[in-house]
Design a protein around this ligand. Structure first.
Ligand code: SAH
Ligand code: SF4
Length: 355
């Protein structure tokens, strides 16, 4: 049984069934999520027989670290799952803090035409413990405490709702990683039913919500994000406008700027119209496209990025330009793919990894 998928209540219950006092569960959680100790032998406030029994019943890990690729502003970690898939996690160095970009699925079924993760389709959902483990593993390898998490790695988090919810609960609970809800961001391509579910879910609606908009026009969005057919843009906007937000919180609209596709001033003007009078509810993140050798899209020049931003600013809409980090490590946050083989070839090292 993997301990990283238990919440406090479940663990207290389980530990009691094993003949231990329930408060032992709190001691274990404290070791794991406050000290990042994942070996029962080191849990010195538990008796030796208890430690031995617990290590027979519980495991902590199911991922195997395969590679770590540092760059100036990010470190990319590659993990292998028990069933042989590779997933990626990116630690991003921001100016004054660290942000961890976690994967929620192996691949993705949503099929956005510009996204490398879509190329392999969906292999499977990640379990809650596999999501939490990405955090623990990277934290154990990092001196500074990681306090921000974004679900912007591989996968569509809302298509794996239950496991993502469970992982989020470990992340924000005081007995768990105890991250501020404001520092956990779930990014979605805009699955309307799942957004409705999220809006009724007290835990999930209190974390940050980011929605990948990528075009203010239904037609074009349908082309680059085919889920728009079943999740129409107008309906998506209506759900977002009604979404119950905590005070002072805004929804982030992510807009990947792709040269000649959605980066025209007219697109910016259309975006202004789409947001309309709800400019206080939204902020826009403009992300210049990260080109991928397997995809026919490119990044606009900086001038058009600024021009786009200016239109939004001119209409009092807050818009930041966010360069996707870790570009040099061949695959950035939000642009991940099961491509270790390629990288191994490039570096001429490493053992073969079946994927
Ligand atoms: N599936 C979720 C979360 C993962 S993708 C979603 O779509 O929101 C995270 C972000 O990366 C999305 O906003 C997506 O539009 C963006 N992205 C995907 N490919 C990219 C690329 N090549 N360059 C820049 N951003 C990209
Ligand atoms: Fe999936 Fe997000 Fe990539 Fe679209 S952008 S294919 S939803 S990971």
């Amino acid at each position: 049984m993997n301990i990283l998928s238990f919440n406090r209540e479940e663990l207290r219950d389980r530990v009691q069934k094993l003949g231990l006092e329930p408060f032992r569960a709190d001691q274990i959680l404290n070791w794991v999520y406050k000290k990042f100790v994942t070996d029962f032998r080191e849990m010195s406030n538990l008796s030796k027989p208890a430690r031995e029994m617990l290590s027979e019943v519980f495991s902590f890990y199911s991922l195997t670290p395969v590679d770590k690729v540092p760059s100036s502003d990010a470190v990319k970690y590659i993990f292998q799952t028990r069933d042989g898939y590779l997933i990626e996690t990116v630690l991003i160095k921001e100016r004054d803090h660290l942000t961890l970009c976690v994967s929620s699925q192996v691949g993705c079924a949503v099929g956005c035409t510009f996204c490398a993760t879509a190329l392999d389709g969906l292999k499977r959902n990640l379990e809650a413990h596999e999501i939490v483990e990405q955090f623990i593993r990277v934290q154990q390898d990092t001196d500074t405490r990681i306090r921000n998490v974004v679900f912007m790695g591989m996968g569509e988090p809302l298509a794996n709702y239950d496991n993502v919810r469970k992982a989020v609960s470990v992340m924000v609970s005081p007995w768990g990683l105890d991250l501020s809800k404001r520092r956990v961001t779930v990014s979605t391509s805009g699955l309307i039913n799942q957004l409705r579910r999220m809006s009724e879910d007290k835990l999930m609606r209190e974390v940050n919500l980011a929605v990948s908009l990528n075009s203010p026009r239904h037609r074009l969005r349908e082309e680059i994000m085919p889920i728009t057919k079943t999740n129409p843009l107008r309906e998506l906007m209506d759900v977002l406008i009604e979404f119950p937000l905590p005070v002072y919180r805004r929804i982030t609209l992510e807009y990947v700027l792709i040269k000649g596709v959605n980066d025209d001033v007219r697109d910016a003007e259309e975006l202004v119209r789409l947001i309309g009078r709800h400019r206080k509810r939204f902020k826009v993140n403009l992300i210049p496209y990260n080109p991928d050798p397997a995809l026919p899209y490119s990044r606009p020049d900086l001038e058009s990025v600024y021009r786009f931003q200016k239109v939004l600013w001119g209409n009092k809409i807050s818009a930041l330009i966010r360069f996707s980090k870790g570009v040099e490590v061949f695959g950035a946050c939000g642009q991940l793919r099961n491509r270790s083989m390629v990288k191994f070839n490039l570096h001429g090292k490493g053992t073969k990894v079946d994927s």
